[in-house]
Write a protein that binds this ligand. Structure first.
Ligand SMILES: C=C(O[C@@H]1C=C(C(=O)O)C=C[C@H]1O)C(=O)O
Length: 121
C-alpha cells in the first residue's frame, strides 16, 4: 500500500504530531515521576522534623519558617518566569499536607503514617 500521503508535505513519520506528542509525554512522565518522589521525600523530612518537635516540645506551626519557604518560591518564580501566585498556591498545599502529617505524629503515638516511613524506597 502506498503511504506517501500519510503526512503533510515535508513531514516525516518522525516529525508527525502524534510521534512528537508521544515523545513529549514520555519526557513529562519522567519529570512527574521525579516530582512525585520529591514530594514524598519532602514529606518524609517533615515527618522527621515532627519527631524532633515532639521530643523537644517545639510548636508544630512555625509561621516564620513558612514565610521563608513562600518567599523563596516567590523569588524562584520571578527568576524563572513563572507565576508567583501559582507557586504560592502549590506551596500552600505542600505546607498544609506537611502540617497535617506533622500533627498526626505530634498528637499521635509518634509513629509516621505508613506511606512516610523511612524504610520504604
Ligand atoms: C517543616 C516544618 O513544619 C511546618 C511545615 C513547613 C513546610 O512544609 O515547609 C514549614 C513550617 C512548619 O510549620 C518546619 O518547621 O520546618
Amino acid at each position: 500500500m502506498d503511504n506517501s500521503n500519510d503526512h503533510p508535505a515535508g513531514a516525516t513519520a518522525e516529525s508527525a504530531p502524534d510521534h512528537l506528542l508521544d515523545g513529549l509525554r514520555t519526557e513529562l512522565d519522567r519529570v512527574d515521576a521525579r516530582l512525585l518522589d520529591t514530594v514524598r521525600d519532602r514529606l518524609r523530612i517533615c515527618a522527621r522534623i515532627a519527631h524532633l518537635k515532639q521530643r523537644h516540645a517545639i510548636p508544630m506551626l512555625q509561621p516564620g519558617r513558612m514565610q521563608v519557604v513562600h518567599a523563596r518560591a516567590e523569588s524562584y518564580a520571578h527568576r524563572n518566569d513563572m507565576s508567583p501566585e501559582f507557586l504560592h498556591s502549590l506551596y500552600a498545599l505542600l505546607i498544609a499536607e506537611a502540617c497535617r502529617v506533622e500533627d498526626l505524629i505530634i498528637d499521635g503515638p509518634g509513629v509516621a503514617p505508613a506511606e512516610l516511613r523511612e524504610t520504604r524506597t
